[in-house]
Design a protein around this ligand. Structure first.
Ligand SMILES: Cc1cc2nc3c(=O)[nH]c(=O)nc-3n(C[C@H](O)[C@H](O)[C@H](O)COP(=O)(O)OP(=O)(O)OC[C@H]3O[C@@H](n4cnc5c(N)ncnc54)[C@H](O)[C@@H]3O)c2cc1C
Ligand SMILES: NC(=O)c1ccc[n+]([C@@H]2O[C@H](COP(=O)([O-])OP(=O)(O)OC[C@H]3O[C@@H](n4cnc5c(N)ncnc54)[C@H](OP(=O)(O)O)[C@@H]3O)[C@@H](O)[C@H]2O)c1
Length: 450
């Protein structure tokens, strides 16, 4: 039996020691090429230097970091290292963003489910300057992720700069913006409702992009009389005991929800319009899959072989675990063209029939669903939409950050390109192949170039 923490990965510092090491690992991770002809790694090199150059025009510039989630915390830490004066504002009562589990459901405040375990390994999710403790498992439960972010913020002195229960209502250009590049930030203190407007030399928006649920429309859905929620509101399986439940989508939220609910439900149907390549946390020889496949040798090979060959190789590996076509899960797209879906339990659930995979939905009746490959309605008690999120930046408005078809155009994935000054950046609005945390730290780390 493997030890709790697989031995090879206990000496984490050796693997990700220092910026250079992590950078290389990250490049390997990203080199899977997505569907673009440009290697993804060329798209995300750290480039905050333009911002910081502007900020350093005078001494002790004041920076507002909006959001104390994992990415806001790293952004604040990097600003502090550059001698900038930082205030981190968060509307909730704790740091950690969606990794701080909340039992209650409130729109705009995302949290993981009570049972969520991160699907990227600690080896690949680690901050290079602060690896998780060796006794933490390779795939951390959300409570350990939360602890890890807290320890990180404590270690680098970020906590004392955090103002909790402070909602940012609006960010607008200061009156003298064209001369100074400054911003006005309006906040509301949630304990007493007092509003306040302050000027900052720079603003980093780290509000995350998993807070505004995307609810699709289907014929007949309005008439459905059962219980309907989005995974944004799903905290645990309680309430679904002995029910027939439809989960819609095949991203990580969908498979996590289907697996979790199936532990108590009478039956779970999982509806997908495209299928998915399913990765499992336990990779070759029982190692964490992402660490196992993130190697310099594979990176070098990937640079030489065509995209379709890299995909073919990985698809073969995944099909060895279970044949995607036989399970009805094989998608039309190639494996590296989509954000990976990761779940170890789903094949088991499909084999045991507690989760049944179905096609896209044609329509709903008052008490059931009709799938596209079937004329007969199936009676269901509840629907869980795991259909992703809308990308929105209500704080700044469309003239500052324009969202088009759920996509935004940012220079170096951070800067609204049309602004006169690089004094406002969006932090971590990226979807990476792998963990977001080390990437974000590297992007913020661009501050040292100044
Ligand atoms: C269920 C789930 C599981 C995930 N699992 C993984 C994983 O395994 N690996 C991975 O790399 N990524 C994962 N992700 C992606 C996730 O986005 C990142 O893990 C990470 O949480 C992003 O951090 P963030 O700081 O950008 O955003 P968040 O964690 O969303 O934090 C944003 C913060 O901004 C605050 N905020 C928002 N608006 C305001 C405002 N107006 N005023 C003040 N404060 C505000 C919020 O209160 C929150 O604290 C997962 C996402 C979800 C939804
Ligand atoms: N354990 C974990 O670590 C964990 C758990 C949950 C989430 N996450 C992360 O959280 C982020 C968000 O994941 P997510 O699963 O919530 O969102 P997501 O990755 O955007 O997936 C949304 C899913 O909904 C489907 N969908 C959207 N609109 C639809 C429609 N009209 N009809 C049918 N299907 C529709 C999409 O299908 P198409 O592809 O066909 O559009 C896709 O399968 C990801 O980064 C994910 O990795 C991680």
């Amino acid at each position: 039996m493997l030890p709790h923490n697989y031995k090879e990965f206990q000496t984490l510092e050796e693997k990700v020691g220092g910026e250079r090491g992590t950078y290389v690992l990250f490049e390997v991770e990203m080199i899977s090429k997505l569907s673009s002809s440009r290697p993804a790694s060329t798209l995300i090199r750290p480039h905050l230097s333009e911002t910081v150059n502007a900020l350093k025009m005078t001494e002790r510039k004041r920076i507002a970091v909006i959001g104390a989630g994992p990415c806001g915390l790293t952004a604040a830490k990097c600003c502090l290292e550059e001698g900038l004066d930082v205030v981190v504002l968060d509307k909730t009562d704790n740091i950690g963003g969606l990794w701080c589990y909340r039992d209650y459901d409130k729109e705009g405040i995302p949290s993981v489910m009570k049972s969520t375990v991160i699907n990227t390994s600690k080896e690949m999710s680690a901050y290079s300057d602060f690896p998780p403790p060796a006794h933490f498992p390779n795939f951390m439960h959300n409570t350990l992720m939360f602890q890890y972010f807290k320890m990180y913020a404590e270690k680098f002195g970020v906590l004392r700069h955090v103002q909790l229960l402070t909602e940012v209502l609006q960010v607008t250009k200061a009156d003298d913006y064209e001369r100074t590049g400054c911003w006005k930030v309006t906040t509301r203190r949630l304990k007493d409702g007092v509003t306040n407007t302050e000027e900052f030399d720079g603003v980093l928006i780290a509000t995350g992009h998993h807070s505004s649920p995307l609810m699709p429309e289907f014929p007949g859905l309005k008439n459905f009389k059962g219980h309907v929620i989005h995974t944004h509101s799903l905290k645990k399986a309680a309430g679904y005991e002995d029910k027939v439940v439809l989960v819609v989508g095949i991203g990580n939220s969908a498979v996590d929800a289907a697996v979790e609910i199936s532990t108590v439900a009478k039956q779970v149907y999982l509806s997908t319009r495209r299928g998915a390549w399913l990765f499992q946390r336990v990779g070759p020889d029982g190692k964490p899959f992402d660490a196992a496949y993130t190697k310099r040798s594979l990176d070098a090979l990937n640079k030489l072989v065509p995209f379709r060959l890299s995909c073919w190789f990985m698809e073969q590996q995944l099909n060895k675990r279970f044949d995607h076509a036989a399970y009805g899960l094989k998608p039309k797209h190639r494996v590296f063209s989509q954000h990976p879906t990761i779940n170890d339990a789903l094949p088991n659930k499909l084999l045991s029939g507690t989760v049944i995979l179905r096609e896209d939905i044609k329509s709903f009746t008052e008490s059931g669903v009709i799938f596209k490959d079937d004329e007969q309605p199936i009676e269901i008690d509840a629907i869980v939409f795991a259909t992703g999120y809308k990308i929105e930046f209500p704080l700044v408005g469309e003239d500052i950050v324009k969202v088009d078809n759920n996509k935004i155009q940012l220079y170096k994935y951070m800067f609204p390109p049309h602004l006169s000054y690089p004094s406002l950046a969006v932090v971590a609005c990226v979807q990476v192949l792998g963990a977001i945390f080390p990437l974000q730290k590297l992007k913020d780390g661009g501050m040292h170039c100044l």
